[in-house]
Design a protein around this ligand. Sequence first.
Ligand SMILES: Nc1ncnc2c1ncn2[C@@H]1O[C@H](COP(=O)(O)OP(=O)(O)OP(=O)(O)O)[C@@H](O)[C@H]1O
Length: 580
Amino acid sequence: MFKLARYLRYFKKEVIIGPFFKLLEAVFELIVPLVMASIIDIGIKNKDTAYVLQRGGIILLLGFMGLVFALICQYCAARASQGFGTMVRNDLYAHINSFSHAELDLFGTDTLINVLTNDLNQMQLAVAMLIRLVVRVPFLIIGAIVMSMILDLKLSVIFLIVAPLVSAVLYLIMKKSVPFYKARQKKLDKVSLITRESLSGARVIRAFSKQEHEIERFKRANDEVADIAISVGKISAFLNPATFAILNIAILTILWFGGIRVNEGSLTQGEVVAFTNYITQISLALVVFANLVVIFTKAAASAARINNVFETVPTLTDKAGDRSNLSSEELTDTGLDGYPLISFENVSFAYPGTDKYALEDINIDINEGEIVGIIGGTGSGKSTLVNLLPRFYDVSKGVIKIKGKPVQDFSIDSLRKIFGLVPQKAVLFSGSISDNIRYYKEDATMEEIKWAIEIAQAKDFVERLPNGYDTIIRQGGKNLSGGQRQRITIARALVRNPKILILDDSFSALDYATDANLREALKKNLKNTTVIMVSQRANTIKNADKIIVLDDGKVAGIGKHEDLYRSCHVYKEICDSQIS
Ligand SMILES: Nc1ncnc2c1ncn2[C@@H]1O[C@H](COP(=O)(O)OP(=O)(O)OP(=O)(O)O)[C@@H](O)[C@H]1O
């Protein structure tokens, strides 16, 4: 929590002024019982209406000024807490964006969303409370005790019994309830996960008629959160009755002993009333204090989660200086002669947190301008292989080189500029079709966009849309078909005329004729581009200059279709299974 406190330095004014005014308000609150006492002891006793009205006016004035001071504090608290939240959220978001796939896998999307929303909201609340109540509450408790000691030292002994008693009740309740708050956060993550899964997979759920199952799954997770909340509620429910029981007994005691002291003449009636006011103030302040403990306990759990994200250092280090302003041609001009464009040298890779290699001992050379097909069964490591090229992950063993230079020696931005990547899952962003194509080249002209769209075989359908290139893409492309989405993602990767184009199973939603036309157009228009095509379909990669066959993370064969069909049984099996 303290690490995040450094953000408060931007709100020094609010952090000082806010509590100061709240303190003034508390001072006024402490004066009110004394004025009340004087009204009873002087005004009422002497039937002096003018005195009562004058003192009543003072109470009103104190109340009004207290209100103004409270509002100033509230304003400071709102400014500081919202500003704090915005700053931390921006930095956290930027930090998450520096994560490689390994860190994203480690946390999971739901945890990251919860950290950015729930946890940050919790912290914002804690900052607001820090300004509004952290100084006020102890001041009010101590102030009320001191004031009553000044009034009557002997009677104030009651406070010395009541305060520890209420504190003990609070401590016991807190001790029991705090662990539940931490557990609740974890359960909330689960609810978020299920919510996201069920909403994004709504079509699949309906297709399999699994609504009941999903409702049940959600209900179970939700019930778990509710159970925790109820358990905490049951414990916290003791708080108010217990405190008020102690408070009322204390008031009775004050009235009892206060009465005796009044009869003795060592205390006035007004002072007894002031006493009861002070004890009420102390008890209420202690209840607020208990709530503060709850808020700060939750905030501490949230701060730990936020700090955990902040402290996670991206595993991908960017050693080289950024040269992404250069063209990909210049970037790949490493000055080293005789090297293939891409080489995998004894590469093995295991996903973080797993001990099984997803790729093992891979040795591949890819030359400039080649069209390379990668084929293999599901889970054989095809996507993993292409994901290592732009350094979404770093290899566990061996090295990947671009023109003889290890990929780690490029800055990440420069390296990724060399590639045009079409991921397996067609992800589009909200905005128009042109906006989506410009995602990879902000200054792309309409001609370049049309060029990319035409090669991607998307021209016909885009131009037939009522708003053409300005058609708005909704919710990641829900208003487009799977094949249309895929073609837009292909156009997005093409718009920059990349040096190396990676198509990760990007034709899977295309019909055979479009698949063939697209390959033909790529060959005709991207003469200098090296194309790496991952596919499950033998037909798609059959005419490639080089086919790499993967089997369970290992290279089962490299060569042309005819040779592989003869020599590689894995490849033959794939081809035969698709013919039959
Ligand atoms: N993020 C990940 N974390 C852990 N293991 C992973 C991750 N992604 C993939 N794997 C594992 O790595 C292996 C290779 O997966 P990969 O996605 O590369 O296969 P693929 O050949 O592309 O499969 P498909 O054709 O089904 O897309 C699989 O066993 C998979 O379970």
